[in-house]
Design a protein around this ligand. Structure first.
Ligand code: 5GP
Length: 176
């Protein structure tokens, strides 16, 4: 845990709510009445999946998977492991991977590759946040909530050493 840490709000609760609703409208339009399977990437996407899924007025299934690459700290190990796999068979389904944030792109690129071998009808990604400037690889991200600067952020599901996930907004974590 940092000696002293301060938070500055980057994206407010209201901004998240409004943008999530816009993303849901876009997703509904693209689905054109077809059902969708929303795959939340734990733990970070928990609030976003919850809010996004309740905004989407389409026949929806929810499932979760968990990867690990950060090991609780602030920099990626670059190695992506599946800690918890899906329970639902995705073959023939319209699938949207719901992510909290795309940073280097390594996690998402690995997930897209893995899930596409399971033959979904379509495979897309909805990420609340994106740090475009930090990409090492460039997986497609069809729905992006907010492009943010290359800062370490917490809140609304995102943690630092398991703290701050419960904050209802996104904040930059400054350490002194
Ligand atoms: P990537 O593989 O794209 O580098 O990283 C994806 C994962 O890294 C995210 O799902 C998230 O768990 C973590 N991550 C990346 N940037 C941040 C950040 O600024 N704050 C927090 N808390 N986690 C981050």
């Amino acid at each position: 845990m940092p000696q002293t840490s301060t938070l500055s709000i980057l994206i407010s609760t209201e901004q998240i709510r409004a943008r999530t609703a816009e993303m849901a409208r876009q997703i509904e339009a693209d689905l054109a009445g077809e059902p969708v399977l929303l795959l939340g990437v734990l733990n970070g996407a928990v609030h976003f999946l919850s809010d996004l899924s309740r905004e989407i007025n389409s026949d929806s299934l929810l499932d979760f998977l968990q990867t690990s690459s950060y090991h609780g700290g602030k920099s990626s190990s670059g190695v992506v492991q599946i800690r918890k796999d899906l329970d639902i068979n995705i073959e023939g389904k319209n699938v949207i991977i719901v992510e909290d944030i795309v940073d280097t792109g390594i996690t998402l690129s690995h997930l897209r590759e893995l899930l596409s071998t399971r033959k979904p009808k379509s495979l897309k990604v909805a990420a609340l946040l994106s740090k475009k400037g930090s990409r090492k690889v460039h997986p497609e991200v069809e729905y992006i909530g907010f492009e943010i600067p290359n800062e370490f952020v917490v809140g609304y599901g995102l943690d630092y050493e398991d703290r701050f996930r419960n904050l209802p907004y996104i904040a930059i974590l400054h350490e002194e």
